[in-house]
Write a protein that binds this ligand. Sequence first.
Ligand code: ADP
Length: 520
Amino acid sequence: MSTLDDRLTQLVELQVMLASSPLPGQHFEVLAEHSHRAIPHDFLALCLKDADQQGYFFHVLSGLANGAIPLRLFGLDEGIVGQVLQTNKVFHYPQLAEAKPLSQDIEGVLIRLGMQAVVVVPVRQGPEALGALYFAAASTPFSPEDVQIARLLAAGLSGALENARLYQSLADERSTLAAVLESTQDAILMVNPQGVILLANPAVTKMLGLDAAAITGQLWPEVSTECTPEIRDLFTGAQPGQREITVLGGQVTQVAVLSVTTAYGEPVGWAAVFHDITLLKQLEQMKTTFVNTVSHDLKNPISTILLSADLLPRVAPLTAQQEDLRGRIVGTANYMNQLVSDLLDLGKLEAGIASSMAPLNLTDLVQEAVNGLSMQIEEKQMALRLSLPANVRVQGDRGRLLQLLVNLIGNAVKYTPAGGQVTVKMIPGATGPLASPAERGTAKMITLSVQDNGIGIPAADLPYIFNEFYRVKSLATEDIKGTGLGLAIVKRIIEAHNGYIWVESVEGKGSTFSFFLPMI
Ligand code: ADP
């Protein structure tokens, strides 16, 4: 018989073999073929609980032909294994016949076969017994060292089976992920920091005209030479964000570029996801065309209504009641007029204003906007404070910037009760939450803010305030008329001038609308 040293060496080798494979089938082969070198035995079986933990299956690994012990689900109260699984302890019987309880289908068979001694050790998963290793010997009894080695072997097997389980769940996850990547309509590309393509799903072939399977592992700059410059430069100096890119076949896609990192924050590279928004774009275009056409067609009838209402008193003197009705017609027609011109403005802004940009003096423009609103300011006896550096010059569309200032200062007057205060301020540099570090640092920006101490905007409404047709519904705004399009127009004007607008407001205290623009 080999020395304890030899057997421990064998045990370590066995553990290494078990750990080197993630497949349970191979673990069983290793045990069947090599475990007798660490623990001499005549029979070995592995028992494993079923998935519902209602019982166990008895798999003979060596010493007996398959089928001699029936392959059925044994109950947790059956045989020595049942005891091991319930108590999570090692059971060692030098005389098998004396063991209790005996299962006729297991111990009965082994006794008939001439087995005398058994050692059954639990195979654990965490604190629970997942199964058991069952050693039996015909002549020599098991020594305390045998029992100890059997324990160690079972511990190694527990680890190997746990690894197998993790490996399987990872493999399942991978195949689910692969199926999603295969079937998604979105094209997904991933490159590492050196530009090597780590992943390209089949939709890449359709959208970008690149053979997804062939380009994986190649360098993006080399495989993208035939693509449009926008696509080619997707990862050049990449910044996370979204942009619209037209791809092969004229589809419009929204492309999200994301930086990918491991759970520990180490950079893996960049991913780009192309989502087809052609249909959405077409719908948006249809909506714009529809709104523009309808708005345009409504202009004449509204003018006719206004003109007729103006002419009414000249036809015959009106009674007080008639005059009241006429007033309502004029009020409603004026509102419709405003709505139509706001809608047309939105449509025009969508088409762009680049052609009408020219250098202009923003300080003068603020003054002009304020002059235009002086009647309303006086009527409500409001205090207006201006804090403007002289001669702030920007490149812009005069009419649009005036419209923007009139809208913002007009809103401040409109949504502030009589006697309130409005302050228009300009300070050099980009400020506010939207300014990037680069913009903040440059002196080539100007921030303008319009502050009032009026009704303010509830926090819940703030995120939507620049949306088309969005108006705050509250007691304070109940009697204030408007189309809900002013701020949507303002936002588009600012964006067309490469600026940003944001709002800070506290309900009941007042609001500050601020924007910054590049100066010249
Ligand atoms: P409106 O035609 O309703 O004034 P806007 O687009 O200009 O449309 O503004 C949208 C909504 O934002 C307004 O209905 C109002 O509830 C709120 N709002 C705008 N400016 C202010 C302000 N200075 N103070 C309080 N609420 C404001």
